[in-house]
Design a protein around this ligand. Sequence first.
Ligand SMILES: CC(C)(COP(=O)(O)OP(=O)(O)OC[C@H]1O[C@@H](n2cnc3c(N)ncnc32)[C@H](O)[C@@H]1OP(=O)(O)O)[C@@H](O)C(=O)NCCC(=O)NCCS
Length: 165
Amino acid sequence: MNIRQAVESDFVAMWPIFQAVIAPGTTYVFAEETSYPDAFAYWFAPGITSYVAENDGQVIGMYKFVANQRGLGSHVANASFMVNPRCSGKGVGREMGLHCLREAKKAGYLAMQFNFVVSTNEAAVSLWQKLGFSIVGILPKAFLHKSLGYVDAYVMHRFLDDIQI
Ligand SMILES: CC(C)(COP(=O)(O)OP(=O)(O)OC[C@H]1O[C@@H](n2cnc3c(N)ncnc32)[C@H](O)[C@@H]1OP(=O)(O)O)[C@@H](O)C(=O)NCCC(=O)NCCS
């Protein structure tokens, strides 16, 4: 697997992964009818750095990171991850997570914060905890899960001082 910075032309391959990830309505707030341009802007708007994970030249996952806040809050990074559901459980998320932590450290960030991890998203919560994140906040009933109804979302955080680059 190779992880590299994404270019705008990668979005053709990223779009079906985006659609497949949001369709179940269990992990991201995006409505299923989110448009191609909206999704494109999510990955490629100014200030956002996106990466793709490839296997044999095929995009199998992507992540992005961005400053979590402007100005005086801009030393904390925020990131989002999507793995092609057909490739889940094979270590792609873990590799992208580690890559992202290193890239954020290289870029000079002090910490990384995930603002909205759906509490019932076991794969994500477990992966982020294994990568050193703690749950620092609980947003009660912040996510309308397609089958479970209102569920909590977590704010997860880790400092980057121990990340080797
Ligand atoms: C969450 C996501 C990024 C994980 O990526 P992945 O490639 O499937 O996960 P990995 O194979 O790298 O698994 C890493 C760890 O995640 C956990 N994990 C993965 N799938 C799991 C599952 N179905 N249930 C519980 N834990 C799971 C395990 O702890 C695993 O640890 P291990 O490496 O010690 O076995 C991916 O499933 C995804 O894109 N999900 C939909 C979008 C999403 O939830 N994004 C994150 C939003 S915060």
